[in-house]
Design a protein around this ligand. Sequence first.
Ligand SMILES: Cc1ncc(COP(=O)(O)O)c(C=O)c1O
Length: 398
Amino acid sequence: MSPETLAPVSTLVTPPTPSSSTEFDQYVMSTYGRYPMTLERGSGCRVWDTEGRAYLDFVAGIATCTLGHAHPTLIDAVTQQIQKLHHVSNLYYTQEQGALAKWLVEHSCADRAFFCNSGAEANEGAIKLARKYAHTVLGIEHPVIITAHASFHGRTLATITATGQPKYQKNFDPLMPGFHYVPYNDIAALEEAIAILDGNERQVAAIMMEALQGEGGVRPGDRDYFQRIRKICDEKGILLILDEVQVGMGRTGHYWGYENLGIEPDIFTSAKGLGGGIPIGAMLCKAFCDIFQPGDHASTFGGNPFATGVALKVCQTLEQENILANVRARGEQLQNGLRAIAQKYPALISEVRGWGLIIGLVLNPQSELTSSDVVKARSLRGFCWFLLGQRWFALCHR
Ligand SMILES: Cc1ncc(COP(=O)(O)O)c(C=O)c1O
């Protein structure tokens, strides 16, 4: 489809709110500030609203649609699997769950996988695993997990506590004990925090970070910082957990975000792009910290043959269609184009940053423009972008 078919700005100066949205708001809790458009169809990297207008989907679902919308392999995988077997209890073996775990282990640094349904749930699993490891292996009575300011790890009580952003925690206290925050990419601050926390009795059980902070403003991790963290963890027996929910599954041009940093985590989590838009989460770990026993952790829907069968096809398609190379090439092309725009308008855009196809634009703090203004204007012109704060917003395209 040619770009000419995208919604022309002239027809969209005052976007109509579809009447169905009034009814929607009557029945659905208002946990999201929604844009005034109702999406009803997608194909490839485009979505269409109920008025028939096309949009280029730079949000990629919400960093979920690994193969784009309505990819024939995805349709085929969903159709085949629902006809064969969609759900049975984890009390039984299924081929699909085993095959997905094998693919993930063979394409990462991990040795084992646990499956759940979302990113927050995967991170909950990682937090539980780290706490059990602290109590039973390290002999730590009051384990602390260090996370970063501006991080994002999900919306459950434990993961909003892990998330180093007070705006997500406001009014939900009492929060979970056992978390401590440090500035991202600041090794001196991390070393000081560990020294203080472990001053009287050993407390630091794990360090949990994003390889690139997504919601925190598309902030890539420094290679030196993460290599030093890996060393500290090795020296002190601290577990390194990486939250790969946003940056994993090829978004950065590598299967996993940590590949950009030249390190391996002990535990990492995945969700979003893993099922190509079908809900699934995973928590993976190295053999030495695979200490969960039957009964320690579980999920009714986690690892069901429908989600794992489809996710396996998504993973195999990433490999067979050589999508990682395309992510790197398209990412470079997009970043170069955005840098040229930033150079032309330095009063408006101060930075373009990211890896592969997770790219953030930072607005010049001197300008009046906010990210919300830009995202609204872009959606009027037929682009879906998403904002990450007052001054920056992101594009996650395929
Ligand atoms: C880095 C990261 N971790 C965890 C989550 C939470 O994932 P979910 O919404 O699937 O629970 C997100 C969601 O945006 C995320 O970006």
